[in-house]
Design a protein around this ligand. Structure first.
Ligand SMILES: O=P(O)(O)OC[C@H]1O[C@](O)(COP(=O)(O)O)[C@@H](O)[C@@H]1O
Ligand SMILES: [Mg+2]
Ligand SMILES: [Mg+2]
Length: 336
């Protein structure tokens, strides 16, 4: 039985109690992940005062210029999680290859994949950003995990979550048993359960897409958006609202709170790369969360959670959110 003012640690311990044979490893790992997110939250809240804004001269493996906070958040995540003995290895948007646990620390049974700072273009303009993570089990026999050990479909995730650094800092988690949201109490320094059992409304009148890409979209997406724009005067018979924050974490958080559909679809500009967003540390964890909250996720042609990854930094098309709208988009893709 959970207390009234449930902290994230109490919540995780309670979840672990319900798993037979649980050793406490998962609780330990999540506690370290939470600490890393609290530290990143502290830095984002202080911004220029603690000299974390601006860019570096470096590029990541995807050819994107890294912001200072991309690198700082990545290092914080590595340092907070490498020592505890829960992990076999880590992988991140900001590192080309698998990160091995340094030899002085014990090795554990989980793999951690993360996007340390999502929505990087918003760091310097003080708009909501976030961190996304996914926990996988490491195949038993592995001594030094390699890329292929990370190439597991989203259905095999043990846990997925994100922290959103907005007006309040929140953490949203799933372990395959529904979705729960926690708000960081800045005075106490603890995440408190404030949004139990989050459910995404099945219907919505709000969509999110970067419409500057309109001329590159495929027919099904063009059709869907033009019908939304036609609103009451078209076949949908209702008016729609549109949002684009350019932070996936913030968009998905809005959708979890009040419904909506988010699209970063395949288009002629990103086709060669397979899409815009990354499968293992963006699309897959967010799809797990959205589906656990009653929503749907797809590339348009395939459920995102069923994709068997072929690369650590693989990109995929992403459509997710309120069930009925996503189903409509799947139908439009099937019709072409
Ligand atoms: O620049 P665009 O086309 O608006 O793309 C925005 C998308 O890029 C991202 O910022 C990519 O994530 P990173 O900031 O982690 O690279 C998403 O969060 C967001 O949905
Ligand atoms: Mg990202
Ligand atoms: Mg990022």
């Amino acid at each position: 039985m959970l207390p009234n003012h449930t902290t994230i640690t109490q919540f995780i311990i309670e979840e672990q109690r319900s798993i037979q044979g649980a050793t406490g490893d998962f609780t330990g790992l999540l506690t370290d992940v939470v600490l890393a997110c609290k530290t990143i939250s502290h830095l984002t809240k202080n911004g220029a005062l603690v000299n974390v804004l601006g860019s570096t001269q470096q590029e990541n493996v995807q050819g994107e210029t890294q912001k200072k906070l991309d690198i700082i958040a990545n290092t914080l995540f590595l340092k907070a999680n490498e020592w505890g003995g829960h992990l076999a290895a880590m992988a991140s948007e900001e590192m080309d290859d698998v990160y091995q646990i340094p030899a002085q620390y014990p090795r554990g049974k989980y793999l951690l994949v993360f996007d340390p700072l999502d929505g990087s273009s918003n760091i310097d303009v003080n708009v909501s950003i976030g961190t996304i993570f996914s926990i996988l089990r490491c195949p038993d026999h592995v001594e030094q995990p390699t890329v292929k050990d990370f190439l597991q479909p989203g259905t095999q995730q043990i846990c997925a979550g994100y922290a959103v650094y907005g007006p309040a800092t929140m953490m949203v988690l799933t372990t395959g048993n529904g979705v729960n949201g926690f708000t960081l109490d800045q005075n106490v320094g603890e995440f408190i359960l404030t949004h139990p059992n989050i459910k995404i409304p099945e219907d919505t009148q709000e969509f999110a897409i970067n419409s500057s890409n309109q001329r590159f979209w495929e027919e099904p997406v063009k059709r869907y958006v033009s019908e939304c724009l036609a609103g009451k005067t078209g076949t949908r018979d209702k008016d729609f609202n549109m949002r684009w924050i350019a932070s996936m974490v913030a968009e998905i958080h809005r959708i979890l709170m009040r419904g909506g559909v988010f699209l970063y679809p395949l288009d002629s500009k990103n086709k060669e790369k397979g899409g815009r967003l990354r499968l293992l540390y963006e699309a897959s964890p967010m799809s797990f969360i959205v589906e656990q909250a009653g929503g749907l996720s797809t590339t348009g042609r395939q459920p995102i959670l069923e994709i068997v990854p072929t690369d650590l930094h693989q990109r995929v098309p992403v459509i997710l959110g309120s069930r009925h709208e996503v189903q409509r988009l799947i139908d439009y893709h099937q019709a072409t």
